[in-house]
Structures are given as C-alpha cells and as structure tokens.
Design a protein around this ligand. Sequence first.
Ligand SMILES: Nc1ncnc2c1ncn2[C@@H]1O[C@H](COP(=O)(O)OP(=O)(O)OP(=O)(O)O)[C@@H](O)[C@H]1O
Length: 282
Amino acid sequence: MKTAQAESQTATNGATMTPVEKASPQAAETHPVKMTARKVNVFYGAKQALFDVDLEIRDNAVTALIGPSGCGKSTFLRCLNRMNDVIDNCRVSGEIRLGDTNIYGAHIDPVLLRARVGMVFQKPNPFPKSIYENIAYGPRIHGMAERRAQMDEIVETSLRKAALWDEVKDRLQEPGTGLSGGQQQRLCIARAIAVNPEVILMDEPCSALDPIATARVEELIDELRENYTIVIVTHSMQQAARVSQRTAFFHLGNLVEEDETDQIFTNPRDKRTQDYITGRFG
Ligand SMILES: Nc1ncnc2c1ncn2[C@@H]1O[C@H](COP(=O)(O)OP(=O)(O)OP(=O)(O)O)[C@@H](O)[C@H]1O
C-alpha cells in the first residue's frame, strides 16, 4: 500500500488531465440526487467498519471515495448494490435509497438491483468466455433480447460505449481473457453497461493497469458520466481530482466530509482531510 505522499509523487504518470484541465461544466451540487445513504452502519461480526454514514450521490457525476487503507471505502461502495450481502458475517443497518426505492427493502431482488447498480472490480475479471459472450451473458439472463440481431446490437452498443468496439470488432468470438489488462477492464465496464445500469460502482478500477491503460479508463469514466452516475473508490488523490466532480473523505469508518472535488482538494473543512490530502498520513 502506497502512502498518500508516495501516491501523489507517482500517480501523475497515468494522467491525461490535471485538476485544472478537468471539464466541469456545471457544479455537481446542482445535479439531482441519485442515491441517498442515511445512518449507514456496517459490522463484520462484532467489529464495526462504518459509523452513521450519511451521503447523497449525485446523478451524472463521478463521486470519488478516498481515505487511508481500511477506512471503509470499499465497504461503503458494496453497500450501494448490496454486495455485502454475500459476505457471511457482514451486517448493514440504516437506509440506502436509489431514487425513491429503499434498496434494503424486503421486496428487493439483489440480482435485479445489481443490474441497476453495476460494479467494476479492482482486477479485471472477464468470464472465461468469448468477448461476445462476456457482454451477452447479463442481457440474456435478464431477457433483454429475443433475437440474435437484438443481442448483436446490445453487444456492439455496449462495446462502443466502453470505447472498445474498434479494438475488438473483428475478434468477438475470441476469449475475453486474451485481451490486455486495460482492454479487459473496458470489457468489464461494457459488461456492466450491457444491462442498462443507472449507477456504476468502481472499486479501484485502475489499480492493476499501467499508466496508459489507466488514462484510457479515466477518459472513459469522464465520458460515461454523461449517462450514468459513477462512484469510484481510489487510492490516488490525483485520480480523484482528475475524474470526479464530488469527493467523499473517509477516516476510521466515518465519513469526514463530502463536497465538490475542487473544494476538498483546495479548501477542506476538516483537519483530518487536510492532513490526508497533504500526505501527513496515508
Ligand atoms: N470480509 C471482511 N471481514 C472482516 N472485516 C472486514 C472485511 N472486509 C473489510 N473488513 C474490515 O473493515 C474495515 C474497512 O475495510 P474496507 O476494505 O472497506 O476499507 P478500505 O478503505 O476500502 O481499505 P483499502 O483502501 O485498504 O482497500 C477494515 O478494518 C477491514 O479490515
């Protein structure tokens, strides 16, 4: 695990945009709220990992979750599509809404929820199937295509949205695992897009990628926010500054502050945030 200071010295290698160049046509605080967390507490057995987290996640914006290792970023991310349900000893309390829907309501099917709130993981994890089948799998189990031509269209559209189509259109029947790491990660993003999500969660999506592949995925994230709500966990403050409009800083299981990204990095309200962004602890 790199310290914040080491990170700040190295992470710029993958940059295509600096914070000042970042396109921010409109302050994200004016965007409608897409997801709302209220008094979220998470326990792994007797150990509490999150404490009364309140957060509003804005539509058509990228929200970055930052903070030192073990502060609860991934735990919070997994609350947003109930991925913590699959961890045996994990218990979540509080309320999380997607639009008007309480996602922890008794009537909610987590499989359908995860189509609306998709996830991209740290390590690219394509299925051991063809590029085509990686994309077609989700739409098929959700009954989204009756005919082959419809499925072909979903596959092409998803790959285009993930900026991968031109690189793979002539080898759709080849294994997804044969792509480069960066292409595999874009394939995983295409796979998430294929089931028409509203929100895409990304847990350190570039940590296994080289600087060029990182830059490509960051550009893609910037394009995707036009149509999706994106929440990204990152250890890189440079990445948070490059790709996000809102940033939430976590420390020891508490959400310390959340604001416009520029505000967090130039004028944080809390001393803990200040200490973290200046590399005093990591
Ligand atoms: N499956 C688990 N079982 C028990 N404890 C867990 C589990 N997952 C996470 N934790 C604990 O919960 C706390 C928060 O972990 P989490 O992975 O959410 O932090 P993080 O900020 O994402 O860390 P990192 O930056 O290192 O990935 C940590 O103390 C961690 O050890």
